[in-house]
Design a protein. Sequence first.
Length: 173
Amino acid sequence: MPISRIPMTFRINATEHALELDPRMTLLDALRNHLGLTGSKKGCDHGQCGACTVLVNGRRINSCLSLAAQHEGDEITTIEGLADGDELHPVQAAFVAHDGFQCGYCTPGQICSAVGMLEEIRAGWPSYASTDGAARPDALTEAEIRERMSGNICRCAAYPNIIAAIRDAAKEV
Ligand code: FES
Ligand code: FES
């Protein structure tokens, strides 16, 4: 029996989208295959690499682990929606300034994850690396960033420059 499609609407990068989707489709596949937003990458498709990270209502998620149908009415931001016109988001600009990528495949996920992570710090979310339970952006240590970004793998091992970029961007966002 054919699987029926379900109608849904969500806001992606500040634009309303109405789609009819197979209820089994992941958010990542909906973004890439139905909306042409190919910035979010498919690395492992198993929640292990972070290449597919996007922001949903401001929080970072692995879009390969989430069904599109779960996001009715949600506000989704992908790497394509972070810049303000020609002006890069501070985290994007810092990645360029610090040479935080090599092949660039992991970069959209790294940047979206960093944006979400900096917001989590601002909100006082603890991490295993925090001794006081809530690191401040001005006291962001390398250990803190490594722990909070541990869901994002870079096969080129551009980690030192990624960390430098995030530390720099933390002062501006
Ligand atoms: S593609 Fe989603 S975590 Fe790897
Ligand atoms: S820059 Fe190549 S995987 Fe990260």
